[in-house]
Design a protein around this ligand. Structure first.
Ligand code: PDD
Length: 281
């Protein structure tokens, strides 16, 4: 496998960053994960717009021009012969002697791009089986709208899910409402067949898959309600599912051990999953 690191394409074994990279020392950086389908980057414009927003919120400079970044992403995808998979990119505030204060403006941002293949058949199999989620108290900072590499609460929550035999953890805020998953957005389907997901004003990352899914829902004539929902509402919902670039749409069959949709993947989630790729470009 080949990775791009600060201007060079290197074999993974040699693809390291400096010990004083601020991403390594302070999690002072942002990232994006895009799905690659049939050789194309899904929703690349949406991902790059969100990257631009994350960078400007943290006042980190673009490491290269946007068009150059797209070129690098395509190059890494090509060099790894990825037809279906993921491309990951990370931008940090660069390498400088350890100091909480920003380094000199002349310090270039650091850029890493990697890509890997995934197996669409394995993903389809997971969707056909459905996934289990647990719920955990929301303990992240208020700026989760920024796609920062500071993911310690997300790491701990996902590990807790794994140890409980589940695949995702949903964060639940002080009002008992689900915010989102450790690395996915959270959705339910009401008895009337409406899709419900939390508004993306605060408390969640505005998922690119989430936005595209809203277009898919419109095409299928499904109503979307942007509002919070409680764990109890989710447990008794007609269906529940998660979205992310890595999983696209995954139906949920259990929440905290309580079966959802009779313990089978919901038909609406599965039809949304099928329709998704016709809309995403
Ligand atoms: N995670 N919420 C959080 C906290 C996320 O980390 C992600 C994505 C999403 C979904 O966003 P999108 O639809 O743009 O992928 C929501 C990526 C995939 C990750 O960390 O691996």
């Amino acid at each position: 496998r080949i990775a791009y690191v600060n201007g060079r394409y290197l074999p993974h074994a040699q693809a390291g960053v400096h010990i004083e990279d601020r991403g390594y020392q302070f999690a002072d950086g942002v990232y994006e994960v895009c799905e690659v389908a049939r050789g194309f980057i899904v929703d690349s414009v949406g991902h790059l717009n969100r990257l631009d927003r994350s960078l400007s919120e943290l006042r980190i400079a673009w490491p290269v021009k946007r068009a150059v970044l797209v070129h690098i992403m395509r190059e890494v995808i090509a060099r790894n012969r990825v037809r279906n998979g993921m491309v990951y990119l990370q931008v940090t505030r660069g390498v400088a002697p350890r100091d909480h204060v920003f380094p000199a403006e002349s310090t270039p941002s650091a850029l890493v791009v990697t890509a890997k293949r995934t197996d669409p058949a394995a993903s389809a199999k997971r969707a056909a089986a459905g996934i289990k989620v647990i719920t955990v108290p929301e303990n992240r900072w208020e700026r989760v709208d920024i796609k920062s590499v500071g993911l310690l609460p997300n790491v701990l929550a996902r590990q807790q899910a794994k140890e409980a035999g589940a695949q995702e953890a949903w964060f639940v805020d002080a009002d008992g409402k689900v915010t989102e998953g450790a690395a996915t957005n959270a959705w339910i389907v009401t008895k009337d067949g409406h899709l419900v997901t939390r508004p993306a004003d605060s408390g969640i990352l505005r998922g690119i898959t989430r936005t595209t899914l809203m277009d898919v829902a419109k095409k299928l004539g499904l109503k979307v309600e942007e509002r919070g929902f409680t764990v109890d509402e989710a447990k008794s919902a007609r269906e529940a599912f998660i979205t992310a670039a890595t999983t696209v749409i995954m139906p949920i069959v259990a929440i905290d051990g309580h079966p959802v949709a009779n313990g089978h993947p919901g038909s609406i989630a599965l039809s949304l999953r099928e329709a998704f790729f016709d809309v995403a470009e």
